[in-house]
Design a protein around this ligand. Structure first.
Ligand code: NAD
Ligand code: KPL
Length: 305
């Protein structure tokens, strides 16, 4: 079995992972959307990673989805709304028993991907690292963080997990990846939409703590109903801690909206509201929040899914 990592989605997080794996001597290939992107990448001569005052270019080979050859390890680093279609574009190349690592924030996209590739093992990740694109094919590592990886259907760590650690990617394998994804989703639901609605950084929510707290109470009810009591524990306190610790930062949703980019709302607040409705659970504040957010996105001409 080949030990090459194929990286699908050479954006911020995908480039960060690709450069660190390549730096550690791991075989990596980028899977790019089409021939035009591949030519643009080849002209750039590689992926550039900027960290503090160091900038280095990694000549990682690139290919398109329809290239020949099987894929055994696939890291999916697209946005949640692109993940399933991107994986579908390489599904025929996935070897039986291949591992697919999903870096998407939120919930829902992991199941959409798993439906595309029933012959693969899907591993979810929850990341608190931060990276952004300075320009095409150049990414800046902007925030130290951590990665939890796990397979909700199989607690055994993947054989390649050592590759990740050897590459200096801070990561831990966890059998409890679902509670982690739910907890992050709840944090994002309590913080991100309000930063868009109030047009503020995370610290700006210190002026709206009653509203944040009331949302956390509803989110806790949801987590309990979804069988995630661990993710509900101390949510309100954790949200306040994150607001304080990241007071000067702008949430990822705020940044997407400001840049006129589609948000991942469907896989965050949208997923929470759909789960509540599936369970017949009325969560008026969360539903109202979603309505306000949808109206806000529509008024800006942005997709609300
Ligand atoms: P990004 O937009 O920077 O990168 C996504 C890349 O996927 C883009 O380069 C895009 O062209 C590519 N892509 C889309 N469809 C494709 C296809 N069919 N084939 C090949 N490439 C395709 O996004 P990002 O910021 O790296 O975020 C990726 C995921 O990671 C998101 O779910 C995000 O919430 C999560 N995340 C990001 C960060 C961060 O700091 N950037 C941190 C934590 C979690
Ligand atoms: O993850 C975040 C984001 O901005 O997406 C934090 C910082 C936790 C705010 O919800």
């Amino acid at each position: 079995m080949s030990s090459t990592w194929h990286i699908l989605g050479a954006g911020s997080l995908g480039s960060l992972w690709a450069c660190r794996l390549a730096r550690a001597g791991t075989a990596v290939r980028l899977v790019l959307r089409d021939g035009q992107r591949l030519r643009s990448y080849q002209l750039a001569g590689g992926l550039t990673l900027a960290e503090q005052d160091q900038t280095r270019c990694y000549a990682i080979p690139g290919e398109t989805a329809d290239a020949a050859g099987p894929i055994h390890r696939l890291l999916v680093a697209c946005k949640a709304y692109d993940a399933a279609s991107a994986v579908a574009s390489v599904a025929a190349r996935l070897a039986p028993g291949a591992d697919v690592v999903l870096l998407q924030n939120g919930l829902g996209s992991q199941d959409e991907v798993a439906e595309q590739v029933p012959h693969a093992r899907c591993i979810s990740a929850s990341s608190t690292e931060g990276a952004f694109r300075e320009k095409d094919w150049q990414v800046r590592f902007a925030g130290q963080g951590f990665n939890w990886l796990g397979d909700p259907g199989n607690p055994m760590p993947a054989t390649w997990f050592e590759d990740v650690q050897r590459a200096g990617i801070p990561a831990e394998w966890t059998p409890d990846i679902l509670p982690r994804l739910w907890r992050k989703l709840a944090l994002n639901c309590a913080i991100n939409p309000l930063t868009v609605l109030y047009g503020c950084n995370n610290g700006g929510l210190l002026g709206h703590l009653e509203e944040v707290d009331a949302l956390c109470t509803e989110l806790q009810q949801l987590l309990h109903r979804c069988g995630q009591p661990q993710a509900a524990l101390g949510l309100g306190e954790d949200v306040q801690r994150v607001i304080l610790a990241t007071a000067a930062n702008y949430s990822s949703m705020y940044q997407d909206v400001q840049a006129g980019r589609r948000t991942e709302v469907h896989y965050l607040l949208g997923h929470a509201c759909r789960a509540a409705s599936r369970h017949g659970l009325a969560l008026p504040l969360l539903e109202h929040l979603q309505q306000r957010l949808v109206d806000n996105l529509r008024a800006r001409g942005l997709p609300c899914n």
